[in-house]
Design a protein around this ligand. Sequence first.
Ligand SMILES: C[S@@+](CC[C@H](N)C(=O)[O-])C[C@H]1O[C@@H](n2cnc3c(N)ncnc32)[C@H](O)[C@@H]1O
Length: 401
Amino acid sequence: MAYPVGLRLEGKKVVVIGGGQVAQRRLPALIAAGADVTLVAPAATPSVEAMAAAGELCWEQRPYRDGDLADAWYALVATGDPEANAAASAEAEAHRVWCVRSDDASRATAWTPATGRSEGVTVAVLTGRDPRRSAAVRDAIVEGLHDGTLAAPRHRERTPGVALVGGGPGDPDLITVRGRRLLAEADVVIADRLGPRDLLDELAPHVEVIDAAKIPYGRFMAQEAINNALIEHARAGKSVVRLKGGDPFVFGRGMEEAEALAEAGIPCTVVPGVTSSISVPGAAGIPVTHRGVAHEFTVVSGHVAPGDERSLTNWPALARTTGTIVVLMGVERIAAIAETLTAHGRPADTPVAAIQEGTTAAQRRVDGTLADIAVRIRDEDIRPPAVIVIGDVVTRTRRDR
Ligand SMILES: C[S@@+](CC[C@H](N)C(=O)[O-])C[C@H]1O[C@@H](n2cnc3c(N)ncnc32)[C@H](O)[C@@H]1O
């Protein structure tokens, strides 16, 4: 895999070895970037000759020889002679000069992306070793930018007000297409700790990213401070995205924000998201329902323990159901939850799985039963965010992942 970078070559020496078709294609961009180009080639195409004649590059009309790359910043090796290419590429390596090779990309230290431009945007696409695909992707992007079908703030009408966007469980690919488009158009993004935080790195530099957990809330409750921040930025005419983990309306306080915005007369769009309550078990290979095993699943918050007067969950009734129970925010209270479910009729050997940071590179899973899951979670140091799945579906795990 290549690491993409934008080289600023103005005034920097770039050496091109070989004056054929490859050089002819690459030289204009190097010249346009202001590079100080030296071409080493006994012969060149008429177009390349014309560039030399116009003084756009310095042509040394001879074959490559050792030392040509000594003071280069960047090199393009493209002769018809494999030995010369190998020698030049070895010299580039010795001098630590990034070097593109037209004859053997696998031996090159740099690859040229398929590039295109549209109104100040440079598009550069690498697809490993499939240049046609790179070109096709480049064309699609450039065309989309041209005709405005690709979300890019300068080319689209901005969505006024606030979008409450469900970002999915964490994997950046699990946000919806609409959510991603609104994110790309936003001026201000207020993000939760959970959700696809990697997407924030992709935002344009002018976008103000606010960590919801860090909004100073003084005498207000945290949620009220977030509501106020949403209202304030929207009133200032900004396109605001409230990026939330999972789905905004599943233990996400999305409705509180929607109501506050409605009261303030601010337009609000809600974009559903992939909730962790289904996707995290799924990412661990666990279906929340399965024919002949579970005909229902209940998603329950474990943020307060059974028996706590603030709890709205009828735990005894839940214990008597036969379906899957999915507990969010329950790591700290799993002992009380498991005990209550067992006390009210769920068999102690009911399978349980806890999945931490599902869909991300850090995903971990611990299995047990209602009898021992609290100990297993403690011993294996499972921490929030985690989803706990209780029921026979746990044993239906797809192990072929
Ligand atoms: C405040 S709730 C928000 C739920 C969110 N709105 C949703 O639909 O997924 C936070 C809880 O969701 C669960 N959660 C969210 N993302 C998770 C992930 N990637 N892996 C495991 N659990 C996750 C955890 O139980 C966490 O404590």
